[in-house]
Design a protein around this ligand. Sequence first.
Ligand code: SF4
Ligand code: SF4
Length: 371
Amino acid sequence: MEIIFEKVGVSACSSYEYSTVKRSLQEALTPWKGLNSFLHSGQKVLVKPNLLAPESPEKAVTTHPSIVKAIIETAVESGAEVFVGDSPMRGTLEEVCKVSGILQVVQETGAHLLPFRTVEEVYYNNANTCSNFPLAKEALEMDFIINAAKFKTHTFTGITAAVKNCFGFIVGADKKRFHLLYPLRKNFSDMLLDLYLLTKPGLSVIDAVIAMEGPGPRSGRPRPMKSLIVSPSAVAADAVVAELAGFASSEISTLESASRHKIPGHRLNQIEIKGPLHSLYMQDFDKGAGGKGWSFLWRYLPAWFRNYNERNRPWPVITAKCSVCGFCQESCPAEVIKEDSETGGYFIQQEKCIRCYCCMEACPRGAIELQ
Ligand code: SF4
Ligand code: SF4
């Protein structure tokens, strides 16, 4: 008989109307009898949304403010003092919170904004891939972390959900350094898994009420999924949301890493799921380019073939939609986005590009496409 390792709560959530979200969050927390089982009065609790860039809630780039508000209010009801923090890829925390609607929620609820500014080098004893992380000291000083992730497709890792959301614990420009250190999808995901296991948020909540499909995580299309997923295990929460959207776990590089490193919860038969899973399955979810070509046979294939697959990831190209803002150039870890003195635009030096796709995440116009 299969041993069950992890528990995931799933609830239907038809809209971002606040009372609907609050009720759905409580339903998803039913297996633990609410947030009280995790929190104690007087604790400092960090809510860590996905605050990638300053985008309005309708774009489905950031965790929706209704979800953040429901988490804050539920934590406050447990007697916690709540902080909302992240290290956005573009813009300051204040700017991203303002545009995404989260600043208003923070002000309404009496929570505090917590920009990640101070780096503390942390050594991880049990690392598989990365043992030194430059983490946000502000996050490390919290008593409990609620990982408030957004479910989106991701061109590099397949999806971004709970495990990938932990990348925000690395402050500012160090994220670029980590892309250079781990340019392959496999190594980058192993690093992400180490980062998650080191920071180990006490609870992950995935906002899949309106997810992002297609060319995520910045330029995809909002797609109603009407689901809220909760678990103390970010790996198990990711496995469930990926299943709902129709991904095989081999298409999600962080789940594939979790499988190789025998982290419980990467497969559905290691998860006890509470909630209406079967009514929430998606049809024809556009998985984008991130998961393509990653068969479940991947790990059994010879190394030369796996390397071929890695090295044949698509190339980013700047298209005519470009408004010459320069954000992609600032975000490029390999510094291979150059100004074209003849046209006044930008181009990518393909031969030096590591295909991390940070430029696509930085572009506010969806002007970078894959070829
Ligand atoms: S971020 Fe997008 S719009 Fe801005 S320069 Fe780069 S490609 Fe052009
Ligand atoms: S051009 Fe884009 S994909 Fe290539 S290294 Fe720079 S940010 Fe990464």
